[in-house]
Design a protein around this ligand. Sequence first.
Ligand code: IMP
Ligand code: MG
Length: 177
Amino acid sequence: MQLGQVLISENQIADAVGKLAGRVSRDYDLSRIVLVGAMDGAVCFLSDLMRAFAQPVDVTTVRMRRYDGTHGGEVTVSWLPLRDRIEGREVLIVEGIVDTGETCAVLSERLSELGAASVDICALLDKPSRRTHDIKATYIGFEVPDVFVVGYGMDYNGAYRSLRDVCVLEGGESELN
Ligand code: IMP
Ligand code: MG
């Protein structure tokens, strides 16, 4: 397993983040929105996106886990915001990468149960070739091929999260974690 080429550079990411914030601003009343960052993969994307809006937005986080380490298994939520942060709000899930779609599907359902007025998804990266769950992600930064990527918040077993660019991990199958 070794770090491969830069797939999406820091500059390309910065440009995409600005454009996504612009689209969200046109579509939503920002005073009603709450960004829900899916930790830990969305850590960089959330912190850049939330500061790209021209007015303050509410921000909170969730943490998703798979029971079965790196090879899939059932997605569970290990922390969620309290109901009073979500009820009646326009929720925008902020995710680093949508792969099978299961994480977003489970999270959308839990946020709806908490009384969200609406739930949509903003993901920096989308790997549509591996989708098994029918999820709607209105805001996507980049489509990526079926390679394992790291950097800008995304990790391989905890490594490479702090890279500024999104890079390919050579020899990494598309594992889930
Ligand atoms: P999904 O539930 O299959 O859509 O997977 C989403 C989660 O799997 C993301 O939040 C990431 O944590 C992880 N993931 C999927 N693909 C990759 C990848 O290429 N690199 C790093 N993490 C990934
Ligand atoms: Mg991960």
